[in-house]
Design a protein around this ligand. Structure first.
Ligand SMILES: NC(=O)c1ccc[n+]([C@@H]2O[C@H](COP(=O)([O-])OP(=O)(O)OC[C@H]3O[C@@H](n4cnc5c(N)ncnc54)[C@H](O)[C@@H]3O)[C@@H](O)[C@H]2O)c1
Length: 315
């Protein structure tokens, strides 16, 4: 059994991952400043004797050093981040402060405390290049880096790679597609599903941005959070020392998502169709062949099933 330190572990994805490590019998320490995470996300494990919670900001090096010294992690899973693309454009210094300087604190302590295995969370969507026809984004494409968020996540990947040889740790870079599931809150552009679901439940109209060549709206690759947890568990056991996409390879339009939500939530709430939004990435879908080949990960939960699980979690 290992000691796993999860940064951002009180957030949507990190809390599911922390729970899974506890379920597998590991010791878990969550480091989170609760800026967008919530202690209630950890209610299933907060009283477990193998679980510890530290409320701190990853930019506070001394506090982090004490946590590393006390907990002595074997594995670090770095989920804490500034995660909003629009915020990164409005405040690139804040984005860099959290996503680069916060990460560099973590990396320096990984070296100092001789952590053996690191999981770094990046973004497949933000690091894509524009796709054409039936193309899917591959880890080998050079990203077009259209936002400060994309730049800091890409920089983070490279810091992790460079210091792995200097400090001697193994690592995996998880390039997440768009993740959805229980505990996700309706903030930022990753939150389309909670926004649509919230509107449907409250009988409010949602808004669909369309393009002349894409009348059903933008497309994305949506992965259920339980599948993301499985990818983390596999990569914890078998680090791959490279970036891997964590996506389904299925490109789905916003209108298809909305119609699936209507079916699952038994609603006929109409959607308001409007014109384009400036700066939208129109199409995004990730090839998931590399992670399948390297560790055998295949997503199991398709959209309707994932939405049913989400609905049950809300009852
Ligand atoms: N949700 C998605 O679809 C998606 C897609 C691609 C990548 N990601 C990445 O996954 C990770 C988790 O995202 P999420 O959707 O669970 O978001 P989230 O906001 O629920 O989780 C982020 C957590 O990090 C914590 N945090 C933020 N800044 C911190 C700081 N300075 N110090 C300590 N803790 C801090 C927050 O309180 C929160 O608990 C992020 O790195 C994000 O960039 C998410």
């Amino acid at each position: 059994m290992a000691k796993v330190l999860v940064t951002g572990g009180a957030g949507f994805i990190g809390s599911h991952i922390s729970e899974a490590y506890i379920k597998e019998g590991h010791d878990v320490a969550v480091v989170d400043d609760l800026s967008s995470g919530r202690l209630s996300n950890l209610q299933n494990i907060i009283n477990d004797k193998k679980f510890k919670f530290y409320q701190t900001d990853i930019r506070k090096l001394d506090a982090l050093d004490n946590i590393f010294a006390e907990f002595k992690p074997d594995i670090v899973s770095h989920h804490a981040a500034q995660k909003s693309v629009p915020h990164s454009v409005d405040d690139p210094k804040d984005d860099a402060d959290k996503n680069i300087f916060g990460l560099l604190n973590i990396i320096s302590l990984i070296g100092k405390h001789k952590v053996k295995n690191v999981l770094y969370v990046s973004s497949g969507g933000a690091l894509s290049k524009p796709i054409k026809g039936d193309e899917k984004s591959s880890e080998d494409d050079y990203p077009s880096l259209e936002s400060p968020y994309a730049i800091t996540k890409f920089a983070g990947e490279n810091y992790i790679r460079i210091y792995s040889s200097l400090f001697g740790y193994s690592y995996s870079i998880l390039r997440y597609a768009n993740i959805y599931g229980p505990r996700q809150i309706a903030d930022g552009e990753c939150g389309v599903i909670p926004i649509f679901v919230g509107n449907v439940i409250n009988n409010k109209p949602s808004i669909l941005m369309t393009y002349s060549d894409m009348p059903r709206g933008c497309t994305r690759d949506y992965v259920f959070v339980g599948d993301v947890v499985n990818a983390n568990m596999l990569l914890s056991k078998t680090p791959v020392n490279c970036p891997v996409n964590v996506g389904t390879g299925v490109e789905i339009s916003m209108m298809d998502i909305y119609e699936t939500i209507l079916k699952v939530f038994n609603s006929n709430q109409p959607i308001k169709v409007v014109g384009p939004r400036l700066g939208d990435i129109k199409r995004s879908v990730l090839s998931a062949e590399k992670i399948k080949k390297l560790v055998g990960w295949v997503p199991q939960v398709e959209l309707t099933k994932g939405l049913q699980i989400l609905k049950e979690s809300m009852q």
